[in-house]
Write a protein that binds this ligand. Structure first.
Ligand SMILES: Nc1ncnc2c1ncn2[C@@H]1O[C@H](COP(=O)(O)OP(=O)(O)OP(=O)(O)O)[C@@H](O)[C@H]1O
Length: 346
């Protein structure tokens, strides 16, 4: 299933993406000034605590916000199509965006049951996608569905193609979601917490599967997770989000070896491996995992300065008074949004 794609620039380039919604309490800014790009075949992990704006970012790119929340999405998101054409996702008419979704751009979510149709067999659901996007007839579509189930290593695919989602385990359902997402050989896969609901062994298998499919197909992946621990193995680059903004970007090795933002450092300190290294133990001799004290400020009550300053051990008057912009780090190491970061280029 290897496909060659035009190699002129990033698969997706997002610039100053900002999203707000209308709520009972007025318009709320959920994502502000988010920029990143993902080259062909690369994985960018978007990391941050719950509520930091990761899902809103991906749903904004896919045009999937409910109209009832009156979303306002600003900025630019250029997507490189298979045919070499570059399209502006935020300006595309709904019909054209729909024809890209599930075809050249696909998405998998945490909970497959919310995306799979309980009334159709898994084979019918995959077949429906390829009939719509690839023009398969019924027979071709069902044969393709079987091949896809094989590809995602579902045992006995010929039989399972006839199964309904509720007849499968959580791990199998997530494999079906991946098969559905991959059915039209997307060039961009957005994986939003794809393994959070699964137990650790199955998580590792699913992530390995996505990694294998990516290598074989050359697709780019936007991998959304709150768990920095899984990032090191599966992503080439990281963007850390806090309160709707990217606070640090860089390649995985640099971010893990020398995190520049105090929030990234705090996230890393929450990892078991880091706890082992620090070897801080409780009264019973158990390793003590660090936790980030305090909570993300409410979007209705954001501090005037840096959003992280109320929780930051380094914050001073400057951080409370004004919000830092993104600065480039020395050695091509990415960017950071912090007055106190070391190694920032002038
Ligand atoms: N339709 C909406 N209307 C109003 N606010 C929204 C809407 N969707 C998301 N938000 C708010 O936007 C912020 C970012 O939410 P988002 O779901 O992107 O966070 P997240 O980082 O993906 O968190 P999680 O890991 O829990 O999914 C949150 O404060 C959330 O409550």
């Amino acid at each position: 299933m290897t496909v060659s794609y035009p190699d002129n620039g990033p698969r997706i380039a997002v610039q100053s993406l900002s999203t707000s919604f209308l709520t009972d309490r007025g318009r709320v800014q959920s994502v502000s000034d988010v920029s990143f790009s993902i080259p062909a075949g690369s994985t960018l992990a978007l990391v941050g605590e719950s509520g930091s704006g990761k899902s809103v970012t991906s749903l904004s790119l896919m045009g999937l916000h409910a109209r009832t929340s009156h979303p306002r999405v600003d900025g630019k998101a250029m997507f490189l199509r298979r045919n070499g054409e570059r399209v502006s996702l935020l300006d595309l008419p709904a019909r054209q965006l729909r024809s890209l979704r599930g075809n050249e751009m696909a998405m998998i979510f945490q909970e497959p049951m919310t995306s799979l149709n309980p009334l159709l067999t898994v084979g019918e659901q995959i077949a429906e996608a390829t009939r719509l996007h690839l023009g398969h007839d019924r027979k071709q579509a069902m044969a393709h569905a079987r091949r896809m189930l094989d590809l995602v290593e579902i045992p006995d695919a010929a039989r399972r193609v006839q199964a309904y989602p509720h007849e499968l385990s959580g791990g199998m359902r997530q494999r079906v979601m991946i098969a559905l997402a991959m059915a039209c050989t997307p060039t961009l896969l957005i994986a939003d917490e794809p393994t959070t609901a699964l137990d650790v062994t199955i998580q590792a298998q699913i992530l390995a599967l996505i990694g294998r499919l990516q290598k074989e197909s050359g697709m780019s992946v936007l991998f959304i997770t709150h768990n920095l621990g899984v990032v090191a193995q599966y992503a080439s680059d990281v963007a850390v989000m806090y309160a709707g903004r990217i606070v640090e970007t860089g390649d995985v090795r640099r971010v893990f070896a020398s995190p520049a933002h105090p929030y990234t450092r705090a996230l890393l300190n929450c990892l078991p491996a880091m706890a082992k290294k620090a070897n801080v133990r409780d009264a019973y001799g158990r390793l003590r995992l660090a936790a980030i004290e305090g909570q993300v400020s409410s979007p209705f009550n954001m501090p005037p300065g840096c959003a992280f300053s109320p929780r930051c051990p380094l914050a001073d008057g400057q951080c409370d008074a004004s919000a830092p912009g993104l600065s480039r780090l020395a050695d091509g190491g990415g960017q950071v949004r912090c007055f106190k970061a070391h190694g920032v280029l002038p």
